[in-house]
Design a binder for this molecule. Sequence first.
Ligand SMILES: Nc1ncnc2c1ncn2[C@@H]1O[C@H](COP(=O)(O)OP(=O)(O)OP(=O)(O)O)[C@@H](O)[C@H]1O
Ligand SMILES: [Mg+2]
Length: 648
Amino acid sequence: MSLYCPKLLYVFSRGITSVAKATNRRKLPLSLTVRHFSIAKVVYSKKEDKPEILTEESFVFTLVKPHVFTEVLSSFRTDKKIQLEAKSHGLTKSLFKKVFSSFTKKLARQVSPPPRVHGISSKLYNLDALLPLFIEHGCSVYPSLKQFSDLRTISDISEPTLWYENARSIKRKIVYHAGPTNSGKTHAALQRFYEAKTGVYCSPLRLLAREVCQKARDHGVHCDMITGDDRDYHYHENDQASKVACTVEMTNLFRRYEIAIIDEIQMLSDMERGWAWTRAFLGVCAPEIHVCGEARAVDIVRQLADECNDSFEVVTYKRLGKLRVKKHPVESFNNLKPGDCIICFNKSRIYSYQKKLNSLGINSAIIYGSLPPRTKLEQAKKFNDKDHPCNVLITTDAIGMGLNLNIRRIIFSDLYKTTLTKGGRRELKQLTTSHALQIAGRAGRFNSQYKDGEVTSLSSKHMPLLHKLLRQTAPEIKVAGLHPTFELLAEFANVLNTKSLSEVIVMFIGMCEMNEKLFFLCSLKECHDIAEYLEDANACRGISLRDMYTFCSSPISSGNKEVLSVLAAFVNSYANNVAVTEQDVKSLLRWPPPQQAKSKTEIERLESLHEVLRLYMWLSYRFKDIFRDMFAIKTMRRHVDRLIQNSV
Ligand SMILES: Nc1ncnc2c1ncn2[C@@H]1O[C@H](COP(=O)(O)OP(=O)(O)OP(=O)(O)O)[C@@H](O)[C@H]1O
Ligand SMILES: [Mg+2]
């Protein structure tokens, strides 16, 4: 016996009782209990092994006993045709995933508990017929899908070369300096920087920007240094020098230079920061551009140069001095020697190692990412100083790019590091060959105390993997990271008719189309999470999307709730047009801090203070009227910096 009831078409949204009503039966047939009803039209057969299928209507969802809810949906999810069709309605891969998840939850609520999967082929079911319901559900969750075609046009970022008119208006020559670490690539490119009348050096690290600025000044070149939260002008802010060393994110695309250097160009494949290298490369306005980096990025950069109509040449380099991978591990701290550098990826471990070395009478310097730049410099300086008793360095990979330190031997204490996945999650991952080579390359720098370098591990258990990593060739880089420009996001928000930056970001990620042979979208997770936090805290009411975007791009970690709450207070003041003064900051931070930090927790507290003061400085360069006590805050920052230096 079969039963066909058109009224059940949307029964899933109305609940089970309506099934009974619609079938005009008070009691449902014996073999089907209420929970067996799923969505839509119901067809069932008394014979369990022979389901009757009704296909004359466009939407058919077949239920047999026990029915196949999960299986059908799983086929729906993986069906290529369905995915393509959904995409043409704006449900791109990531949106499809999100909508699918809420769609199944909604269905599951109707069929609770979820039925068991029964081995009935999903081919029996008309998946196409489920699609309209799915899309309708998608539109109810993301109403903006209704404006899909407009949004699709805006979120098409397949030709980012066209974003930079200034750069496209000139003929550019690209020189790629390709080679392993310590082969003199940056040195060679810098010679042109010193000679040229005007120039920009784009650095992967603040410390390296400072190192290059200092080197230029030592050559008698007038050079400014610009990072997100720090400026060091040769003359004055309003009278900028002809040369500038900046962090790559700060590259000025509106100024014309005779020469530009973009260092560590292979970083354009970085999940989080890659966009900054791509932007600088596509957008810098200079007829002569030198890029320095690993050989594995030559092809992608050549392709980008072709896209920009730039000429392209490669100069290859060989390592200056030897780098020996040792057979034996160090095993014990008693075997440490001057010039040793221990690599760990964990702050706590850095401190515990330092304590152990202290107890052995070994004076060590430490460097890790969240230490203030001046402290890092100070630590590097004492380690580099031949006459200073400190001759061992304990560090994270914060020293891993381009820096020149007096290291004789790199000792890996670990080969695993927490990294960001493509999905925006943090995972403990094995170092890549390229990463391990970059770090190892810090040993035996040309022109340093140790011409040849050595690499080994602390414990024997890491030796086989270390050898394997350093023997391998790092894979070719195929794609470069991109971020949408703010203008694109603003247009997108306009069509969406929303002021919520987090919503704009989610929708943009979901919809954006790009040339996937050349590009990928960098993670916008930090920006999204900060936006969501500020929106939830209701801190950003009344401020423009552009300002919101600036606040959410500030250099803080969305994981640090303490700093986030300070940012929310800052944004709130900005929204109310109330200046944030030195006094305000002092009371927020319960100033002054204790004179010396005695434990790692106390040092971390000082680091948090430093991060807030750094945030203020960063904002003061962007919203001068509200964050107006730049000089007083700079003094406070220096004070905290000194306290940290005295404590580590
Ligand atoms: N021709 C040279 N004359 C004098 N010093 C040099 C020369 N080439 C390189 N050096 C010095 O050797 C050190 C390493 O060079 P450089 O930093 O240019 O290497 P790199 O290839 O850029 O390394 P990395 O990949 O680690 O950035 C630097 O201190 C640099 O000043
Ligand atoms: Mg270099």
